[in-house]
Design a protein around this ligand. Sequence first.
Ligand SMILES: [Ca+2]
Length: 475
Amino acid sequence: MTTSRHAGLLYADDAPANDKPDGRPNILFAFADDWSWPEPVASDNNWFKMPAFERICNEGVVFNRAFVTAPSCTPSRASVLTGQWHWRLEEDANLFGTLPAKFAVYPDLLEKAGYHVGYTGKGWGPGNVTAGGRTRNPAGKEYASFEAFMAERPKGKPFCFWFGSHQPHRSYRPGSGVNAGLKLADVKVPACLPDCETTRSDLCDYAAATQRYDHDAGQIIKSIEAAGELDHTMVVMSGDNGLPFPRGKCNIYDTGTRVPLAIRWPDKIKSHRSVDDFVSLADLCPTFLQAAGVAIPADVDGKSLMNVLASDKNGQVDPSRDHVLTGMERHAAPARDGALGYPMRAYRTADFLYIRNFKPDRWPAGDPPAFMDIDGGPTKKYMIDHRDDPAVKPLYELAFGKRPAEELYDLRKDPNQLKNVAADPAYAQMLTKLSEALNTELKATKDPRVIGGGDKFDEYSYRGKVYKSASKTTE
Ligand SMILES: [Ca+2]
């Protein structure tokens, strides 16, 4: 097989390539690892810079209320790929599980429909691909680089590429953020973390890693642009879970589940749009399928975003998108005695966050003293070492302590979700209303935690490494 270069991109034969293969869009999904809302959206309001993401926001649509289904890599990625809630995916509800082959994934469906599909870096996972009966990563065929992927692209085929960045996942070299030019004084410290030099430096390291993701995604976008195909490509940038800090990742507060999301596709999307609709990343699978003209399987839970993308409105576009569900089963199996998870589900509206903790006797962050469901790092160590300091103690309890069976946060008064009002009689009616709404949807989606059999999530194999030290990170 010979190759030819067309306007910068390689194709796998000598024939000239089309700049708009067969009328269907290319799809580039640039997926960061542990990149959290709210940073950044507007450049003039940011303490670190992400020019590629900023460009996608400005030239397309930014979604201000996007959520992953789970604040943990494996289930979050599985929901993106299948369009289903992770509690319907058996073993894949857990970190280091497997995604059974019976669950269809969009890369396979697009490939069958004539797309050239592939990925680099971190695809579905971490976990065991073959244990579920698959022969390759659910994100597609793995390539060493985007260029290598394009070199195998047959003439005239649209492509669907998953750029799985490993950034900004821990671990970080302490001081790498400051060394990259970020300033401690500029850092916006989330309200759930102690504001001290240790936290600020740790956040700078996280920001520098996030900037590396942006740079790498930007390089791929530029190469597509050089080939003249960018305007016929749906470019999607997002992250798989919240920031790897206490009360972030592995929690179903916004710090764990709310992620940046922007989509650029000039063929269909007007520029400079800002949308407040609630979006789950499970909506991406049906969106990609509909954009490609492929039938959406009946068992997909997500809703296609195509009607929102095609609109020229800002703010709330689709009135039915007024809430989102999130949940969690087991993250690091060694985090609790008996390899138990910490099952939770949440119902998030514009004004309230309602959380149900199914096993409140367990430790949310993992058993002490390791608290392994919080990735090791300077901020975690600082909070443990200073847990008796008056300024740290309440934040330490929120991140490391046990939690009641129900939590309710009034986001109109408490946008940072720090004051649980579930036991306040003034909120009794709202608590009942949201609890029933959550129950109804979980039953409709056959969640084993509600219809019965939920303890099986604690019994599935953990197909990852077993760490003995709290200083190690998970995935
Ligand atoms: Ca992740």
